[in-house]
Design a protein around this ligand. Structure first.
Ligand SMILES: [Zn+2]
Ligand SMILES: [Zn+2]
Length: 140
């Protein structure tokens, strides 16, 4: 357990600490979108000696190394993605669910400009579920 996390840390020249191994293990095992708080809450179950600032710092280091991605900030809280494949996001302003836009074809860009290697696009709107529920009264 945590062996893969240790490998990834070493490959990226990041000093292996208990904190970092636990945080990365969680992200590798549970690929998806998480706020700093989500990750903090999950890892804290295993390791009480943890604070939110150090989790944020660790995630920032991971993002700088390309191990994870910073999707966006919602209410000043960073949202991270442990799926680093090239994909855009749609953030629902009502339920704050984050949708991956993995199926969008970037073929057009490939032909017109060059080979796309990574994407940092975030659309904001109201998802179909929320539109159906009619919670989305008014604009914004
Ligand atoms: Zn929604
Ligand atoms: Zn994503």
């Amino acid at each position: 357990m945590g062996n893969r996390a240790i490998e990834v840390l070493k490959e990226n020249g990041i000093k292996t600490t208990h904190n970092r191994i636990l945080i990365l293990s969680f992200l590798l095992k549970n690929v998806g979108h998480y706020s700093t708080k989500d990750i903090y809450n999950n890892v804290k179950k295993k390791y009480m000696n943890l604070n939110l600032a150090s989790v944020y710092n660790t995630l920032t280091i991971f993002a700088e190394k390309g191990i994870i991605k910073l999707v966006t900030k919602i209410n000043n809280m960073a949202i991270w993605d442990s799926n680093t494949s090239a994909h855009a996001h749609f953030v629902c302003r009502v339920c704050q669910k984050i949708y991956d836009l993995q199926d969008i074809s970037y073929l057009d860009i490939d032909i017109k400009v060059g080979k796309v290697q990574s994407i940092k696009v975030t659309y904001f709107g109201i998802c179909n579920n929320c539109l159906k529920r009619g919670k989305a009264s008014g604009s914004n």
